[in-house]
Write a protein that binds this ligand. Structure first.
Ligand code: 13P
Length: 248
């Protein structure tokens, strides 16, 4: 049985005060049966970790080196020191704007696991790739290169998020069938790499315009174990509603 998960990706939003108000507003309203997470801007992570209760905290990116001359970057050592549990890796915005590649994602996954951080690894096709019928080929390349040489001893600590780029921030979610097809394909690629026992315990989330209206249908799909949510995770009310929908 995979534990459902709802992770909010706040992206570059919220000041410290806004984030603390959010934490206070959701306190006591989140289901224990779901891993409820917010991935917040690095500068406020420490403030959130200090105040976390059932809500768990993650970062949105991490450098693959322990330390050194990488101006502006945050290292796995620093995230470990801050006591966050999760880190989003390979988000499509980082792939598109900050030259993140399957190779850098691969190095980051290895580092995250070395430092006991749980990676939320994002994969997904752009619209042209979907229209050209190459969605599965893109996903296969992202997964096989991203996880190349990655040893997984605790599959429940590794999360993959299928986020079709054309569905992110557009209000146009994938249909639940499209999302299920992609997530089940991702699981089959993981099965070829790691075998059934491990692939069956890796959680696969769907992300891309998830909201309180479409969440139930998406979550009813057998290979979708939760959501990675941008816009709808910013308001405490809708975040709580999304987390509770994942508990069903
Ligand atoms: P939206 O939910 O705003 O479409 O963003 C999805 C996303 O990118 C989460 O990582």
């Amino acid at each position: 049985m995979r534990k459902p998960m709802l992770a909010g990706n706040w992206k570059m939003n919220k000041t410290r005060d806004e984030a603390i108000s959010f934490i206070l507003a959701v306190e006591g309203k989140l289901p224990d049966s779901v891993d409820c997470v917010v991935c917040a801007p690095a500068i406020i992570l420490r403030d959130l970790v200090k105040r976390r209760t059932t809500l768990q905290i993650g970062a949105q990116n991490m450098n693959q080196n322990d330390s050194g001359a990488y101006t502006g970057e945050i290292s796995p050592v620093m995230l470990r020191d801050t006591e966050v549990e999760y880190v989003i890796l390979g988000h499509s915005e980082r792939r598109a704007y900050y030259n993140e590649t399957n190779e850098s994602v691969n190095a980051k996954i290895k580092k995250a696991l070395e430092f006991d951080l749980k990676p939320i690894v994002c994969v997904g096709e752009v619209l042209e790739e979907r229209e050209a019928g190459s969605t599965n080929a893109v996903l296969k390349e992202q997964i096989t290169k991203g996880f190349d040489g990655v040893k997984i001893s605790n599959p429940e600590n590794v999360i993959v998020a299928y986020e079709p780029v054309w569905a992110i921030g557009t209000g146009k979610s994938a249909t639940s069938e499209m999302a299920e097809d992609a997530c089940s394909y991702i699981r089959s690629v993981l099965k070829d790499m790691y075998g059934e026992a491990i692939s069956n315990n890796i959680r696969i989330l769907y992300g891309g315009s998830v909201n309180t209206k479409n969440v139930n249908e998406l979550m009813s799909m057998p290979n979708i174990d939760g959501g990675l949510v941008g816009g709808a995770s910013l308001k405490a009310d809708s975040f709580v509603e999304l987390c509770n929908a994942c508990a069903k």
